[in-house]
Design a protein around this ligand. Structure first.
Ligand code: SF4
Ligand code: SF4
Length: 383
């Protein structure tokens, strides 16, 4: 076990010893999910060694644009967030809730068992940790706890990476959610490449993290190494691709339900729902019942849904949000305004995914700015 002082201090793990982290997690029964290069993007999949990570790759991101590129070094984490987030593992796109089997003139219902597999996620960014905290609040409080989500979260181990570069669509600094991980992790790593040296400065955030750290061949970080790790996040914060002025953002959107900008964005929005699928905090689901052709077996599934579909707000005879304008306004106003009333925080963590993966490059920061700039010192909208 690591000395207790490491819990408060920081430790150094050399790159050549990085595989020991996988071994330490595997020995505790964790499957490890981490960033991998697949399908032209960096997405999460099962990994068992540093060789599975996208070493030497980076990404270029902008509104409606994602492109992989080679780096000039062998950084293991030299890119930003891809389309996946922890949401797809803790709150998966499809979950069977129960199944039923006909038995004579009756039927027997079998509830779905909670997942027992312990899962470690490697490479989460600070914005992702904030998104997990938001989903915890939504799905584990309020008297309607999602027990499947709870089981997955309780058996998880989170390894964060402090961002060494900002993406073109990132705005976590504006949202106060990054680029340095400050809570919600078991271990947080800063990757440092300095000439011939390649190492990680590690912080622990939990007792579990401290125990895993104790299995690694680390040593206490020196002052210069701590300073180098701080510089990495300072530089990243200074390169943020975008920003969002959050001052009175709730009041701004509440005052502007009828702003003409909603018509303008609706002319571009395809209502494809990509933004909600990639968003690490969007949590809406629908329920689907299916039977086999014999009528002997039935299943109920929970699937991700989106406020951009017509069916989502279908109530006795029609959708209450029939237009693209109504649906985009609902989504953005929920993220940046009504979420505060519902859950006490913003629903946006500034990860930029909705901007990158929107096929027409609609940008939540730009939409909010356009409305703000039309409103001279909180006066009447110019239109
Ligand atoms: S609204 Fe967009 S930027 Fe904000 S958390 Fe969701 S995907 Fe990320
Ligand atoms: S804002 Fe973009 S990603 Fe979202 S529904 Fe409209 S077109 Fe699709």
């Amino acid at each position: 076990m690591a000395p207790a002082s490491l819990f408060a201090g920081r430790a150094v793990l050399e790159r050549k010893d990085f595989d020991r982290l996988f071994a330490a997690l595997a020995s505790r029964g964790y499957r490890v999910l981490g960033p991998t290069l697949r399908e032209g993007a960096i997405i999460y999949a099962e990994v068992s060694a540093a060789a599975d990570l996208p070493a030497g790759w980076t990404d270029e991101q902008n509104g409606g644009l994602y492109r992989l590129k080679r780096r000039s070094d062998a950084a293991l984490f030299g890119y930003v967030v891809g389309p996946h987030s922890a949401k797809r593992f803790f709150h998966p796109p499809a979950t069977r809730l129960w199944q039923a089997q006909r038995q004579g003139s009756s039927f027997q219902v079998q509830a779905e068992k909670d997942e027992e597999q312990k899962t470690a996620i490697l490479g989460l960014r600070s914005c992702d940790l904030h998104a997990i905290a938001i989903q915890d609040r939504v799905l584990l409080s309020g008297g309607h706890e999602d027990t499947h989500y709870q089981a997955r979260r309780q058996s998880s181990f989170l390894v964060a990476i402090n961002c060494g570069k900002a993406g073109g669509t990132c705005f976590c600094v504006s949202m106060n959610t990054g680029p340095k991980a400050t809570s919600g992790f078991d271990l947080a790593l800063t990757e440092i490449l300095d000439g011939e040296r390649h190492y990680f400065v590690i912080e622990t955030g939990s007792e579990k993290g401290l125990q895993v750290l104790g299995d690694l061949p680390t040593r206490p970080a020196e002052e210069t190494e701590i300073a180098a790790s701080e510089l990495v996040v300072q530089r990243t914060a200074a390169q943020m691709g975008r920003s969002l002025d959050t001052s009175d953002i709730k009041g701004l959107l509440y005052r502007n339900y009828e702003h003409p900008r909603w018509d303008e964005v609706a002319r571009r929005c395809l209502t494809c729902a990509n933004c909600t699928m990639v968003c690490p905090t969007c949590f809406c689901t629908t329920v689907e019942d299916v039977t086999d052709l014999t009528g002997e077996h039935a299943e109920r599934w929970q699937r991700w849904d989106s406020c951009f579909t017509m069916d989502f707000s279908y109530i006795h005879g029609g959708s209450v949000r029939p237009s693209a304008k109504a649906r985009y306004r609902q989504w953005m106003t929920h993220k940046l305004a009504t979420w505060f009333d519902q859950f006490g925080t913003s629903g946006c963590v500034g990860c930029g995914r909705c901007i990158t993966w929107c096929p027409v490059g609609i940008d939540i920061t730009e939409e909010a700015r356009a409305i703000r700039e039309s409103e001279p010192a909180h006066g009447v909208p110019k239109g």
